[in-house]
Ligand binder design. Structure first.
Ligand SMILES: Cc1cc2nc3c(=O)[nH]c(=O)nc-3n(C[C@H](O)[C@H](O)[C@H](O)COP(=O)(O)OP(=O)(O)OC[C@H]3O[C@@H](n4cnc5c(N)ncnc54)[C@H](O)[C@@H]3O)c2cc1C
Length: 289
């Protein structure tokens, strides 16, 4: 690993000034569970590291006055799995975190790191986007809020500009029930071959709104919009669900790699989408892999 400068700012303005001063050449580190591996393998060779772990405004899980849930970017996966606020209102998010890595890694790994790493298989992205979450971004020049759906630009590429930090994720009050199903070859310590998040809002036995988010089957988390449209206004019979699952499997754009072929991933999108929608239409909680 090459030598690097290390800064540990104590305040957010100090951190943002440091990032501005280095003009895009400094790299932020939070839990380090992704970045340290990249640095050890030579995939990342930053000259300057800005450790953000001390920044208070990036910490904590809280309900806002607007009724949103705010997840600070430094909230760890372990905190997500234990927060009563998350478990009660957004259990699919807590369960997604609970199936990531190991307890040791979950104690370091952060929400912000998982999203800013922008891996197509990042487990938190599908369940958060299915809940219409937004990203609160800050820099020395100001702040902005964008839908999390627009945060991902490609593998390893996010909407963050040089000098920007992800400060928090805001999730609006829950509408309907949601589920996230992850499929990975090993039960634990494995990244998703396919991840499917689904959210359904039902009224009088019919689907009012649906969100279907697919992970690890496209360069970014993918919204299966045509499958969602096939559910809108429908009563959720087996045929309607099977049709939406088939459309979702046609909408994704997986690649062949060592973890699974494109053919297999596409098939699994169909299987998991059908499973998720069936569970939600029967109001059954389902958080299995
Ligand atoms: C053994 C193992 C198992 C794993 N299993 C899973 C899994 O099952 N599912 C999964 O999705 N991931 C998994 N991961 C990947 C990783 O643990 C997660 O992505 C984790 O959430 C990253 O968070 P971090 O705080 O460690 O990020 P870091 O490594 O600190 O940072 C990751 C990237 O995000 C940037 N960054 C971090 N925070 C911010 C911020 N607030 N603003 C701007 N940029 C920021 C960094 O500069 C870096 O580019 C695993 C990793 C390991 C080592």
């Amino acid at each position: 690993m090459q030598a690097f400068d290390h800064h540990t700012p104590q305040t957010l303005p100090e951190a943002l000034a440091l990032l501005a001063q280095h003009d895009g050449t400094a790299r932020v580190i939070a839990g380090g569970t992704d970045l340290m591996l990249y640095m050890k393998s030579g995939k990342a060779e930053p000259e300057t590291i800005v450790n953000i772990k001390k920044l208070q405004p990036l910490q904590g899980i809280s309900a806002t006055n607007a009724g949103d849930l705010r997840l600070g970017a430094l909230v760890t996966l372990r905190e997500l799995t234990r927060s009563p606020l998350v478990l009660e209102s957004y259990p699919s998010v807590a369960h997604a975190a609970g199936f990531m890595a190991s307890e040791q890694i979950r104690s370091f790994a952060t929400v912000g790191g998982n999203l800013c790493n922008a891996s197509p298989s990042a487990d938190l992205a599908p369940p958060l986007i299915a809940r219409s979450a937004s990203a609160h971004i800050v820099s020395a020049d100001g702040e902005r809020e964008i839908p999390l759906e627009d945060f991902f630009r490609g593998p390893g590429e996010s909407a963050l500009h040089a000098g920007e930090l992800l400060q928090a994720i805001n999730i609006p009050p829950p509408k309907g029930n949601a589920v996230y199903i992850k499929h990975a070859p090993r039960a634990f310590m494995d990244i998703a071959v396919v991840g499917v998040a689904a959210r359904l809002e039902l009224a009088a036995g019919r689907c009012r709104t649906a969100s279907i988010l697919l992970g690890a089957v496209a360069p970014t988390p993918l919204r299966a919009r045509q499958a969602e449209a096939a559910l809108a206004g429908q009563s959720l019979t087996d045929d309607i669900i099977a049709n939406a699952a088939r459309i979702a499997s046609e909408e994704c754009a997986p690649i062949d790699d060592i973890r699974g072929s494109a053919w297999y991933r596409r098939r699994m999108v169909g299987v998991l989408t059908r499973r998720a929608l069936t569970a939600l239409s029967n109001a059954q909680p389902l958080h299995a892999r």
